[in-house]
Write a protein that binds this ligand. Structure first.
Ligand SMILES: *[C@@H]1O[C@H](CO)[C@@H](O)[C@H](O)[C@H]1NC(C)=O
Ligand SMILES: *[C@@H]1O[C@H](CO)[C@@H](O)[C@H](O)[C@H]1NC(C)=O
Ligand SMILES: *[C@@H]1O[C@H](CO)[C@@H](O)[C@H](O)[C@H]1NC(C)=O
Ligand SMILES: *[C@@H]1O[C@H](CO)[C@@H](O)[C@H](O)[C@H]1NC(C)=O
Ligand SMILES: *[C@@H]1O[C@H](CO)[C@@H](O)[C@H](O)[C@H]1NC(C)=O
Ligand SMILES: *[C@@H]1O[C@H](CO)[C@@H](O)[C@H](O)[C@H]1NC(C)=O
Ligand SMILES: *[C@@H]1O[C@H](CO)[C@@H](O)[C@H](O)[C@H]1NC(C)=O
Ligand SMILES: *[C@@H]1O[C@H](CO)[C@@H](O)[C@H](O)[C@H]1NC(C)=O
Ligand SMILES: *[C@@H]1O[C@H](CO)[C@@H](O)[C@H](O)[C@H]1NC(C)=O
Ligand SMILES: *[C@@H]1O[C@H](CO)[C@@H](O)[C@H](O)[C@H]1NC(C)=O
Ligand SMILES: *[C@@H]1O[C@H](CO)[C@@H](O)[C@H](O)[C@H]1NC(C)=O
Ligand SMILES: CC(=O)N[C@H]1CO[C@H](CO)[C@@H](O)[C@@H]1O
Length: 641
């Protein structure tokens, strides 16, 4: 009886949620009452506003519990949160790209913030996830945030306990290991799904294949590996409707085939459960995620609407399209010739304009009269690529939008910037510089130092706060040509709590293109991520939760003119970057408190320096082109098989 009820409720959810064709092919859907599917990006959508209002009630309550638990001196959390000026405190969490390294290290950090993790309330920051408003992920970071949210907002603890998803023992290209039949079945399934979409009349790109492949790892518990699971389905999840978890946002970049824009000028796209589009002046509009795939003119549908195009795996594949390179390397693997020819026939069908591009055709913004970029608007096809290709590998941009009123961002940077695959602040530098470009469009970003200083001042070896003093941001107004506008924007610019990947109990600087992790490696990465977020289970700083609390309440204190407690002042002395610069050559090895020049043999470096250059996260695209596929192929071969 219980079993039947379960099945019934499952069916009901399916009916509400899935692609109209119940397969990977998009299909017809009833159009919304309003013909217009786009809107100008001049405020939050009504849907998001309403949802955030609901979430505020939950986070207000959960923040009180978190702040009380954080043991802050001279502070009454109930009074503080209930006497807020006229808005709720918004906490944003942001997870960088960097392949499975970023997914796993990020998972460790996320588990430290999640009170469903065993021990997180004792040695971590358990409950902060429950008190957060936004959750952004890009590429490997989006594999994390996407897996968690699309799997009914499961927890990292549950994923590890159940062992049903995130089976990374075998590379995504060779899931069957020695079992050739299993591998054959896998590729056959990918082939069939891609064909469903193509037969329905849609152009498919290599990102479709990539997205389906990823889904086999991330949606192993969903019917047919989530071939009909849509990004917009989140709207129908109970946890989302009840505002139990933060609002997930995925990030990708706009790109025109044949060009490799790796600059702040590229359009930053966001995909949230309601909307798809960009705040940047080049696009300046959003469409409704659910109706992607619909043919429009100036955003208006012709009476026939399409659903199911926003497949969850496809969206996650778009954000991480750099990895499409792998699919192109199939010939160099040790797979059997039957499988190779099957893969070959998949590749023949998918457009190959440029290997790492996701094709969105029809373009939802076609011939719209908003936005400035001709490429985006005058073309019937929209091309997107990996969100990290503009070097902003930590997806902060959606959280810098003033309308979102974010007070503090906990940024988890698992990029591979240095030769040893550690972060060096490159992503924050890119976000800082973007505010001065046209695309910055009035967003402010706190001062950060150069990459050498990041390493020398140990800003990647322990958590670092940026933008501790809102008043210090006033000088940015002039530089972004906003000196005449409303100066209170400085109080709407989030404080950044930066947490970079670093080793504690595990050498977590694995290659971005390491494609298989056995159980021990996987747990080692996750454990180390927990230690990064928790300051080695608080053993390096008993006051760490209190300091986190100080960062959370800072902007609201500044808005109200409330003086910091002595404890918070001490925290800020310890963690805030004070404007010092040290651009001497940085050390490369880690102590618990910093980086040193000590022993240069840093961790398990299995590839030579030249190869590791190629394997470095975001810049890999450029480097790959320079060094050619042959070299990459041999590396992939060594690393993942
Ligand atoms: C986690 O926190 C939420 C909100 O504060 C609470 O409802 C829930 O019971 C907590 N769960 C655990 C396992 O502590
Ligand atoms: C916080 O202040 C309220 C009154 O404003 C009081 O009822 C409550 O006991 C205080 N909480 C703590 C932990 O002191
Ligand atoms: C989603 O998870 C909640 C508990 O977290 C559970 O009550 C619900 O039945 C789940 N829904 C589905 C469709 O699995
Ligand atoms: C970005 O755009 C500005 C003009 O808005 C231009 O001056 C600059 O050269 C562009 N940068 C790149 C890397 O294309
Ligand atoms: C109307 O829209 C549908 C679905 O988006 C599309 O298949 C069809 O070609 C469009 N018709 C015209 C005349 O543009
Ligand atoms: C793989 O090899 C086949 C011949 O065996 C060739 O036709 C095909 O183009 C190759 N594919 C790629 C992606 O290089
Ligand atoms: C759309 O972009 C593609 C790739 O740059 C180009 O080949 C095509 O001509 C463009 N179409 C139009 C109508 O501009
Ligand atoms: C920081 O990372 C960038 C991007 O990989 C790299 O170009 C630069 O050389 C690195 N700088 C330092 C000081 O590590
Ligand atoms: C703010 O600016 C003042 C004066 O420029 C400087 O002394 C102080 O260190 C800055 N504080 C922070 C947190 O950056
Ligand atoms: C950074 O850490 C190293 C090693 O722990 C230490 O020697 C050095 O003094 C630290 N530098 C700063 C600026 O704190
Ligand atoms: C530096 O790296 C070596 C080799 O991986 C390691 O044994 C050592 O503990 C690290 N730390 C210091 C401070 O040298
Ligand atoms: C503050 C600012 O520069 N806002 C601009 C952002 O872009 C839109 C569209 O180009 C403009 O209308 C805003 O003025």
């Amino acid at each position: 009886m219980k079993f039947q009820i379960l099945i019934l409720s499952f069916l009901v959810t399916c009916l509400l949620a899935w692609s109209p064709t119940d397969s990977y092919a998009p299909g017809k859907l009833t159009c919304p009452n309003n013909k217009d599917l786009i809107r100008e990006a001049d405020s939050l959508s009504q849907d998001e506003k309403d949802w955030i209002n609901g979430r505020n009630k939950v986070t207000d309550k959960n923040l009180i519990s978190f702040l009380e638990w954080a043991k802050m001196d001279d502070f009454n959390a109930t009074d503080f949160i209930n006497n807020k000026a006229n808005r709720s405190i918004h906490v944003g969490l942001s997870f960088s790209g960097g392949g499975y390294r970023a997914m796993l290290a990020g998972a460790g950090a996320l588990s430290a913030l999640d009170n469903r993790t065993k021990g997180a309330s004792k040695s971590g920051l358990g409950g902060l996830l429950q008190a957060s408003t936004y959750l952004t992920g890009l590429s490997g970071g989006n594999w994390l945030t996407g897996t968690i949210s699309m799997n009914n907002f499961t927890s990292v603890q549950k994923i590890l306990d159940d062992g049903k998803i995130w089976d990374l023992e075998h590379s995504i290209m060779n899931v069957g290991g020695w079992n050739a039949y299993k591998t054959y079945k896998y590729y056959k399934a990918l082939y069939d799904d891609i064909h469903d979409k193509e037969d329905a009349g849609y152009e498919v790109s290599i990102t479709d294949t990539w997205g389906r492949a990823l889904s086999h790892q991330f949606f192993a518990q969903t019917e047919n590996y989530g071939s009909a699971l849509c990004w917009s389905d989140l709207q129908n999840y109970d946890q989302f409707k009840n505002h139990e978890m933060p609002f997930p946002i995925s990030v990708a970049d706009g790109r025109v085939p044949g060009t490799s824009i790796i600059s702040g000028n590229s359009t930053v796209f966001e995909m949230n459960p309601f909307e798809f589009g960009s705040w940047d002046p080049s696009l300046n509009q959003f469409t409704q995620t659910k109706y992607l795939g619909t043919t429009v003119k100036d955003g208006e549908n012709n009476g026939t609407c399409i659903g199911g195009f926003d497949n969850a795996g496809f969206i996650m594949g778009t954000s991480s399209s750099l990895f499409n390179q792998f699919i192109l390397q199939i010939n160099t693997t040790s797979l059997s010739s039957t499988i190779k020819s099957l893969v070959h026939s998949i590749l023949q069908d998918v457009s190959n304009d440029d290997d790492d591009i996701a094709v969105y055709k029809p373009n939802p913004f076609y011939k719209s009269d908003l936005g400035e970029s001709v490429h985006t608007i005058n073309n019937d096809t929209l091309y997107l690529c990996d969100g990290g290709e503009d070097l902003q590998n930590v997806p902060l941009y959606p959280l810098l939008q003033r309308d979102r009123q974010v007070d503090v961002i906990f940024a988890y940077d698992n990029s591979a910037d240095t030769d040893e695959s550690w972060p060096n602040g490159t992503s924050l530098v890119a976000s800082y510089e973007r505010q001065f470009l046209n695309e910055g469009n009035g967003t402010l970003f706190p001062y950060v130092p150069d990459q050498r200083t990041f390493r020398n001042l140990n800003l990647t070896a322990k958590p670092a706060f940026f933008g501790c003093e809102a008043k210090n941001l006033t000088s940015l107004l002039k530089r972004t040509n906003q000196s005449n506008s409303d100066t209170s924007i400085i109080y709407d610019t989030p404080l950044i709590v930066y947490n970079a990947n670093r080793p504690f109990t595990y050498w977590s600087n694995t290659s971005t293109f390491k494609m298989s992790y056995d159980e021990k490696e996987k747990r080692g990465m996750i454990k180390n991520g927990f230690e990064v977020a928790s300051r080695l289970n608080q053993s390096l700083d008993k006051d760490w939760p209190a300091c986190v609390g100080c960062a959370i309440i800072r902007r609201e204190q500044e808005r109200q003119g409330i003086e910091q407690s002595d404890q918070c002042k001490k925290c800020f002395d310890k963690y805030c970057w004070d404007g010092t610069i040290d651009d001497s050559t940085p050390g490369i090895n880690f102590t618990t408190s910093g980086t040193t020049n000590g022993n240069e043999d840093n961790g398990n470096r299995t590839v030579s320096a030249a190869m590791s250059l190629v394997l470095r996260g975001n810049n890999a695209y450029e480097l790959m082109k320079l060094t050619g596929y042959a070299m990459l192929a041999s590396i992939i071969f060594c690393v993942s098989f």
